[in-house]
Design a protein around this ligand. Sequence first.
Ligand code: C2E
Ligand code: MG
Ligand code: MG
Length: 558
Amino acid sequence: MDFIRPEQKRIFDETKCGQPKDLAEFNISAQKAVEEIAGSFGIIKAEYSLSLSRSCFSDMDYPRDLVLYDEKTETENEPLRFEYELYEGGRVEFVVYTKNELSSDERWLIEVDLRQLYYILNELVLELSCESLSLTDFQTGIPNSKAFMRFASKVVEEGKLSSYTALVFNIHNFKSVHRSFSYIEGNKVLKKYSRIIAEAVTKNEIVARTGGDNFIAMILNDHLDYFLDLLHNMVVFHEKDGDSMTFMFGATIGGLKLSDDYDVNDIMLNTSVAYQGARERRQMFNFYDKKLSENLMERKIVLSKFHKALIEKEFYAVYQPKVGVNDLKLHGAEALVRWKHEGKDIMPGKFVPVFEQDGCICMLDFFMLEEVCKFIRRLIDNGLKPVRISVNFSKRHLLNNKLVEEIAEVIDRYGIPHELIEVELTESENSHSQGVMSDVVNDLGALGIKTSIDDFGTGYSSLGMLKQLDLDVLKIDKSFIPEAPVSDNDKSFLMLKGIIALAKSLGFTIVAEGVETSAQFELIEGLGCDVVQGFIFDKPLSESDFIERIKNKDYVLE
Ligand code: C2E
Ligand code: MG
Ligand code: MG
């Protein structure tokens, strides 16, 4: 007997040549192959069943039992069964019914044929498993970013994007789980969370983990409300050492309504922009809008220019005079930064918030302090009597535990008397940074460097906090200065009155910012403010104009 018959070779070639991409393709080749040998062996029915190990495919949707051949003829014969183990841990069983009893040689030949199929199947399952692994986030077992990209590409190809909304989200306060428990325990909670959201999406949707506690999803529009509701009110139960715990999680979510003109990269990018918007606007949910994206682009551009601008001295200081309310004399000035870029002056509103977010504001503030020190040095060297100049210091500096030393080092390097420098700080949002700020204020005070709290009333500070700070100056923000005249029971006027009374009782010098008219001046004079910084006297001045002011310290009120 021939060892390899033409039919056997064909089974191998046809299925192998086809190089099945997936199980469906394998099944078609296998059906063809069995059909071809059916006549030679009197096969009337052949089927196979597949059981894969759980780890095999993330998508368990595969045909488990498949008929390869069926003549719909009855037989009394016991079927032949061939069972093989897959490398991946699953098994495949072929069951073959024949019209007649087969000789052991024939059986052996059929087995050789089926083995060929098994080899191909085994290789395919291995390939699919590797593929599936590369699409799975190993920590949580849910799809990863690559799987998301693949899913999105498929939807783009099918032209079905407009049925979907893409989401990028981050779990609220997940860090506290890691902080309160061990890292391992935190990961278990993350895994449970991930499983809940993965089970909440349908077969035609996807949710993937992009890293940390960040996720991306594509949800069908008519399912969106349900999914968002779940993310905002997620409950995760967890047990540790017999104690059961319940976690309630919310999420910050950016959303992008998809339309057919999106490509996959735009989906990722714009949904992330929407998420960024949610964070910045401190909203739980934010839809993408074009303006947001333009703002972000603008920010990126601004940020990318910072270092070069600093080196090339594009930043410079202007000085806005502060005038005594009672004597109408120049009392001091605030140094304000300006950026001369490509021939244009850029106002701080365009770049200070961007640099604040990034942290590079700290370098800029020190640059300004140095500019101010150099300026005062020049005044002294030219025999002019300098006034105190305040410099803005962002609250980002509170993370620097050498802040006071570094400020003093700059001032001393130029030999400037400490009382000629005032550090303007803004209010801090939490008790920790308020504590740090209090230390900074005290330490600067001990060195004779003055401190003020800027924009009082716009931020987080309470009147109670004021009592704890040993400040010299309180600067009331311009938004608190009412458009005079005001009625006696005007709310913001009453608040202003209260703040001034308290600040006075604590011994602070009170500076009113943004006073523009003589009516406003009279009003704040009546309330007992000490100093005015506002357009009523001067806009921020160039260094040379300010020197003229120093030479003539008297103002007249028109
Ligand atoms: P700020 O520190 O509260 O400075 C006062 C701002 O109010 C200045 O705006 C000033 O020009 C403006 N101003 C003063 N009087 C009037 C008035 O009568 N009417 C109106 N409408 N505005 C008035 P500017 O120069 O645009 O600065 C804006 C903000 O940018 C500053 O507010 C400060 O928070 C920030 N900034 C400026 N320079 C620096 C800096 O060197 N470092 C840091 N960290 N922030 C700075
Ligand atoms: Mg200021
Ligand atoms: Mg201010």
